[in-house]
Design a protein around this ligand. Structure first.
Ligand SMILES: Nc1ncnc2c1ncn2[C@@H]1O[C@H](COP(=O)(O)OP(=O)(O)OP(=O)(O)O)[C@@H](O)[C@H]1O
Ligand SMILES: [Mg+2]
Length: 267
C-alpha cells in the first residue's frame, strides 16, 4: 500500500448501522425576529454528494452553521452520525468550509500549514506533527492538486485554489462528512471541473458531501441527491426528481430558473 493509501484511508461503511450521517428534525433558527429556517427536516445518507440549492437568503449558510453547532436552534434538533454535532467535531468526523472563509491576504501561513491544521485535533502530547501527520498532509495536497502551491501563502491563492485548500484541510483531518458552502462561487469552469471530480471521488470512497451551489447546470454531474431549500426543505431527491418546474418554483419563490430545466427540454 502506498503512503497515500494509508494516510487517507477510505471510509468503510460509515453508517453501516443505518444511522443517517445528518438528521435534522423540525429545525427552527431565528436571528432576532428574522426566522431564517422554519421547520427544516433533512436526512442525508452516507457516500453521496448532496446538493443544497436555494435562492439568496433561503437559509443555506444558516443550515450549515446549525449542522456545525455554530448557531443555536430556536427549536428542533440536529444530529451528525446519530449524536450531537459537537461530538462529530471533537472527533474530526466533520469538516466545514464556510462561504466566506476569512483570509487576510497578508496572513503569514502557507497552504501546507493550512492543510496541516486538519491534523491538530489528533496530535499527540508533544503537539508536533508526526510522520503519519505529514504523510496525510502531503496526500491531501496531492489529492487536491495543490502540491505545487504548498509553500505559497494562503492569501496568495486564487479563490478557486483557496477553496481546494480548505477541502484538503478537511481531507487531512480524515473527515467523513464535508460541508462545503458555495465552493464554486467565483470559480472558473476548469477549477469547477477539478473540484467536481474531487468530490465525486471522495464520495466514491464513502465520504459524504453536502455542497451548496447556485450553478444549477452543473448540478446533475456533481450531485446524487438534491435538497431544495426555501427556509424549509421543499423537495429532496435525485436531480431528475427535483429539477422540475413545481419544486423549483416553490424553492425560488415562483421564479423557475430555466437553466435547470434545459436538460429536460433537450431530452
Ligand atoms: N448573523 C445574522 N444576523 C441576522 N440575520 C442573518 C444573519 N445571518 C443570516 N441572516 C439572515 O438569515 C436569512 C438566511 O441567510 P443565509 O445566509 O442562511 O442565506 P443563504 O441561503 O446562505 O444565502 P446566500 O445564497 O446569499 O448565501 C437571511 O434573511 C439573512 O439576512
Ligand atoms: Mg450563504
Amino acid at each position: 500500500m502506498s503512503p497515500q493509501d494509508t494516510a487517507l484511508r477510505p471510509i468503510v461503511d460509515a453508517a453501516a448501522n443505518g444511522t443517517p450521517v445528518v438528521a435534522v428534525r423540525d429545525l427552527v433558527v431565528s436571528y432576532g425576529a428574522n426566522r431564517a429556517l422554519t421547520g427544516v427536516d433533512l436526512e442525508i445518507a452516507p457516500g453521496l454528494v448532496h446538493g443544497l440549492i436555494g435562492m439568496n437568503g433561503s437559509g443555506k449558510s444558516t443550515l450549515f452553521k446549525a449542522l456545525m453547532g455554530l448557531v443555536k436552534p430556536t427549536s428542533g434538533s440536529v444530529a451528525l452520525f446519530g449524536a450531537d454535532p459537537r461530538d462529530a467535531r471533537r472527533h474530526g468526523r466533520v469538516a466545514y468550509a464556510p462561504q466566506d472563509e476569512d483570509v487576510d491576504d497578508a496572513f503569514p501561513v502557507s497552504v501546507r500549514e493550512v492543510v496541516a491544521m486538519g491534523r491538530y485535533g489528533r496530535l499527540g502530547p508533544l503537539r508536533r506533527l508526526r510522520p503519519e501527520d505529514r504523510e496525510a498532509v502531503e496526500a491531501a495536497l496531492e489529492r487536491c492538486e495543490l502540491t505545487d502551491l504548498a509553500d505559497r501563502q494562503i492569501g496568495a491563492l486564487s479563490g478557486g485554489q483557496r477553496k481546494r485548500a480548505f477541502v484538503a484541510r478537511g481531507l487531512a483531518q480524515g473527515a467523513e462528512l464535508l460541508l462545503l458552502d458555495e465552493p464554486f462561487a467565483g470559480v472558473d469552469k476548469r477549477s469547477e471541473a477539478t473540484i467536481t471530480a474531487l468530490l465525486r471521488s471522495l464520495a466514491a470512497e464513502g465520504r459524504t458531501i453536502l455542497v451548496s451551489t447556485h450553478d444549477l447546470v452543473a448540478v446533475p454531474a456533481l450531485c446524487d441527491e438534491l435538497a431544495l431549500i426555501n427556509r424549509r426543505i421543499v423537495a429532496q431527491g435525485t436531480p431528475d426528481e427535483t429539477l422540475r418546474p413545481e419544486p423549483l418554483g416553490e424553492a425560488f419563490g415562483g421564479f423557475v430558473p430555466v437553466e435547470a430545466l434545459r436538460r429536460e427540454v433537450a431530452a
